[in-house]
Design a protein around this ligand. Sequence first.
Ligand code: NAD
Length: 335
Amino acid sequence: MRVAVFSTKPYDRSFLEAANGTHRHTLTFFEPRLTNETVALAQGFPAICVFVNDQLHRQVLVALAQSGTRLIALRCAGFNNVDLAAAQELQMTVVRVPAYSPYAVAEHTIALMLALNRKIHRAHGRVREGNFALEGLLGFDLHGRTVGIIGTGKIGEVVAKILTGFGCRLLAHDPFPNPAVVTLGAQYVALPELLSNSDLVTLHCPLLPKTHHLINETTLQHLKPGAMLINTSRGALIDTSAVIRALKSGRIGYLGLDVYEEETDMFFEDLSNRMLQDDVFARLLTFPNVIITGHQAFFTHEALMSIAETTLSNISDFEQGRVCANVVTSAWVKK
Ligand code: NAD
């Protein structure tokens, strides 16, 4: 099948080309993100392949449908950037990669927790400057601490498993409790109870209309003072301005982010020679107890191999009229 691949980085190209040996699709790689301005590049391609920050709102989908696109292959798990109702109306099929390596994201989550707690980012800078003083670097034992996991699907379950090894007590919140997480000893509780009893809180639920700004001014009132908040899921799960106020007051003691609600125009690009335009993001960077990574939690060798293979298999299933288990429908957004 002829596929226009948007938001291509060199690593996307090499993993997709390696996996394409068995599928033999005709892949055309485009560096730009898919937007209103770049949608013309997809002219005449029956399939497009996109990533987390490509824009698939109604206007773009209409333009795609008019120029012959019938399949949207997401090379990610999240689908919050696609207007699924519009895609359905336009009779376009949307497929995704529901699971590639939950370990990649879970392990990055733990990396943020450990780095924030033991202040590795600050220690690294100090030692390089010959400053071996320990003042300001005091951490705590993770052993015996309570961690609240919001969203206990594939990634949340791996996080729970790893934290069990550290000797943490686990609280969980999810409308669909996961028996494997219960077996690990986690106790499912309501969100306010999880927030007020956890020393660390980590987000692993999808971004849906009802999870938008799940962490906001009101829910933050429940947070245990000085707790650690980690978000490796989707930026808009938290209201960043409310979180900044909570950092200033000390309500949040540590913040680890791999995602940011306004990341679309920044992440995945080298902007080091440009002026940062986002003042909210700039404020976040001033806190000594904040670590931000640029949506790299998924970025492991194993995950990229798996993403490439599943994406191309999804396209092959569509081309050959086979039932594809990875189709996303608009009904999911109402869940
Ligand atoms: P999953 O579908 O296996 O699990 C998501 C869980 O969230 C489900 O159990 C669901 O019931 C639960 N959930 C839904 N609404 C909720 C709510 N209101 N409160 C609490 N829980 C709720 O998904 P997954 O594979 O574990 O991925 C989780 C999220 O991680 C994805 O949606 C995606 O946004 C994010 N992600 C980030 C990266 C990255 O690189 N940073 C990579 C992959 C996935």
